[in-house]
Design a protein around this ligand. Structure first.
Ligand code: KG4
Ligand code: ZN
Length: 352
């Protein structure tokens, strides 16, 4: 069946047309169209996402992208419409939901609700050709701008949350650190870029909660350490530095080293606990998804750990880890196969 999926939960307006087939043990996907209109340049000057601006942009972009991928002519080749119902920014979610409702009604097609987090979790399926026979149990890490969750998957639809962040999400920590380092929003890719030129052993940042027995994470202490480090570096100039908070003001001399050290500390905590879960639960794979999974250090470190354990590494290419609508089609298809119905209304706090 062909699904037309719509994603507007945060600052990307995305539409995709995906051919879906197979069952829960062997689902198959072929992305026929996928367009993402990013609002990053718009939100950049505010240093983060502004919900009402996001809503306005979604309203503007949705009809444009819809036309771009075929518009009304898609009616005859679409079997159902899928839309993200949560979690996310409420005003942003509603724009996609209203658009999807309108389409489904006009075209007389079923409307399927999907979870944004399940979209991330299942994104590895977009590029997978083999069946899921040798995948479960899987230790799976979902790391985005709003979430950091570690799960054990027994199957695509049976899973247990092992732990999550107690404060900032991993992506949020990258974004806040970038702000402190005077790097643009979103911070993850910027820190990664700077880190490539830096020495990751230059600053000894803490690895939060690494030795605690639970599977939770915490990144606010790491952010505070970074702030102290910057404060100390500037000493007398601190007031001047702090005044230029969101401008292209004074920068640390060794921004690249600090970025590399920060990235290493954050990635170490994620990798340590994910690998420990894989060992303890004797999983057959390690998975990672969400925007932060686009980070090469995180991907390569988890891949290396999986190799050491002799198990598979599951992650789609970088393009499918940051927000897109193809992953929402996958989540919609899994709900369809699993006969799970989500209420078609904005659910800003929908959990996994
Ligand atoms: O999944 P996503 O696109 O949106 C949410 O669902 O939140 O994730 C966005 C987050 C941002 O915090 C961004 O800084 C982070 O993912 N991110 C990265 C990288 N690319 C995006 N973090 C680290 N390294 C990257 N290359
Ligand atoms: Zn996301």
């Amino acid at each position: 069946m062909r699904l037309l999926a719509i994603e507007t939960s945060c600052d990307e307006t995305a539409l995709a047309l995906v051919e879906c087939s197979g069952d829960l043990e062997n689902p198959r996907f072929k992305v026929l169209e996928s367009v993402v209109a990013s609002q990053i340049p718009l939100h950049r000057r505010f240093g983060g996402v502004v919900p009402n601006l996001a809503k306005r942009e979604h309203l503007k972009n949705l009809p444009l992208i819809f036309e771009k991928i075929g518009g009304e002519s898609l009616k005859d080749i679409t079997d159902a419409v899928v839309v993200t119902v949560g979690p996310g920014l409420e005003p942003a979610l509603w724009t996609g939901i209203e658009f999807a409702k309108g389409l489904a009604k006009r075209w007389k097609k079923p409307l399927i609700g999907a979870s944004h987090l399940q979209g991330h979790l299942y994104s590895f399926l977009l590029e997978r050709k083999e069946s899921l026979e040798d995948v479960f149990p899987s230790a799976s890490l979902v790391v985005s701008g709003g979430h950091t969750i570690l799960l054990i998957l027994q199957s695509l639809v049976k899973y247990k949350k092992l732990g999550e962040t107690r404060d900032d999400a991993a992506g949020e920590a990258f974004d806040k650190a970038a702000r402190l380092l005077r790097l643009p929003y979103p911070g993850g890719p910027e820190i990664e870029k700077a880190a490539k030129k830096g020495n990751s052993e230059a600053v000894a940042f803490p690895r939060p909660m690494i030795y605690e027995k639970n599977y939770d994470f915490s990144f606010s202490g790491l952010k505070t350490s970074l702030l102290y480090h910057i404060k100390q570096s500037f000493k007398a100039d601190w007031k001047e530095f702090n005044k230029n908070y969101s401008q292209n003001g004074i920068k640390l001399e060794n921004t690249d080293d600090v970025a590399a050290s920060f990235q290493q500390a954050l990635v170490d905590s994620l990798v340590y606990k994910t690998t420990r879960a894989a060992r303890e639960f004797q999983t057959k794979s390690i998975g990672v998804s969400g925007g932060v999974a686009a980070n090469s250090l995180l991907r390569n470190s988890l891949k290396k750990e999986a190799k050491k354990l002799g198990i598979a590494f599951l992650s789609a290419g970088k393009k499918w880890n940051t927000d897109n609508a193809a992953m929402i089609a996958v989540a919609g298809y899994v709900n369809f196969l699993n006969k799970k119905r989500l209420k078609i209304e904005a659910q800003p706090n929908l959990g996994l």
